[in-house]
Design a protein around this ligand. Structure first.
Ligand SMILES: [Zn+2]
Length: 294
């Protein structure tokens, strides 16, 4: 099975030719202009350069909310002009092949399930700990989409009280433990907002409170998700999760918030695919969906 997987990011459009779950070729372009016309043209060129066509379908990870049928983009917070756009239709006519679209963090989850840290699992939750906090929930081997198509947003789990969130609401996990939020707190504490550096200094008395608070809320969010979905594992992706010893610091905090029966089976893992998860997962979309009319 061969397919093209595309991950549309704020800085880069990454595309890969994927055969039987392995990346055999890859191309990328900077996302300088985020208007739909320019971006869709770049995606189409990348996909065609990698061999998209009648026998090589294309899956695209989109950083935002999509309609329940996965045809139209509803809101891409960092990309203006995409609301209400029939992305799937436009791309399939531009590229001349079958195209499937899905939320980018859901693609990441599918990638981990196909070739990464969740291989063989039917039920798992992915948290992407980056600038914001995204996620994907897989139940019975399928991405949980919800009635309106908006399910699987662990970054907006309500864990706090008054902290503003980028979504326009408040008290959400991302607004406390996302990288942007941690950087803001670092500045407020008189620290330099460099999270890599601050992680290396996490035991210093002036830095420790920043991580204690961030990890505490992260643990609350993860424990809440575990109680709701009883997954086989929680997978962590994104830049923050790559900090040395991150899992060792987070795991006991999650355990503290778990009801005892969940503690015995709790499995917390780091993403195995890293930056390739979303493109591999986007390619996986084409094997989950049937061609139209089939
Ligand atoms: Zn929010």
């Amino acid at each position: 099975m061969k397919a093209i997987g595309v991950d549309l990011g704020g800085h880069k459009i990454a595309a890969a030719f994927v055969e039987d779950g392995l990346i055999l070729d890859r191309l990328s372009e900077q996302t300088e202009i985020r208007e739909p016309e320019a971006v869709l043209e770049k995606i189409s060129l990348l996909a065609r350069s990698l061999g998209a066509g009648e026998d090589c379908p294309v899956g695209v990870g989109i950083p935002g909310m999509l309609d329940a049928g996965r045809n139209i983009s509803l809101q891409l917070p960092n990309f203006p002009g995409w609301s209400g756009l029939p992305v799937k239709k436009i791309l399939s006519s531009k590229i001349g092949s079958r195209v499937e679209i899905e939320n980018d963090a859901n693609c990441h989850a599918l990638g981990e399930g196909w070739q990464g840290a969740a291989v063989g699992m039917t039920d798992f939750i992915l948290f992407t700990l980056g600038t914001g906090i995204g996620g994907g929930i897989v139940v019975n081997g399928r991405i949980l989409r919800g009635y309106h198509g908006m399910a699987g947003e662990p970054g907006h789990l309500v864990v706090g009280t008054a902290e503003p969130c980028g979504c326009g609401s408040f008290g959400h996990l991302e607004g406390i433990s996302g990288a942007d939020a941690l950087e803001r707190q670092a500045v407020a504490m008189g620290l330099q907002p460099d999270l890599k550096y601050l992680w290396s200094k996490r035991d210093d008395p002036e830095v420790a409170p920043l991580w204690n608070r961030g990890l505490d809320y992260m643990a609350k969010g993860i424990a809440s998700a575990v109680h709701l979905f009883d997954p086989q594992a929680v997978i962590l992706g994104g830049g923050l999760s790559r900090g040395e010893g991150f899992l060792d610091l987070l795991r006991p905090r999650v355990n503290d918030y778990l009801a005892p029966p969940f503690r015995k089976v709790f499995d917390l893992r780091i993403s195995l695919l890293g930056n390739d998860a979303a493109t591999i997962g986007a390619a996986a979309l084409t094997r989950l969906q049937r061609p139209e009319g089939a």
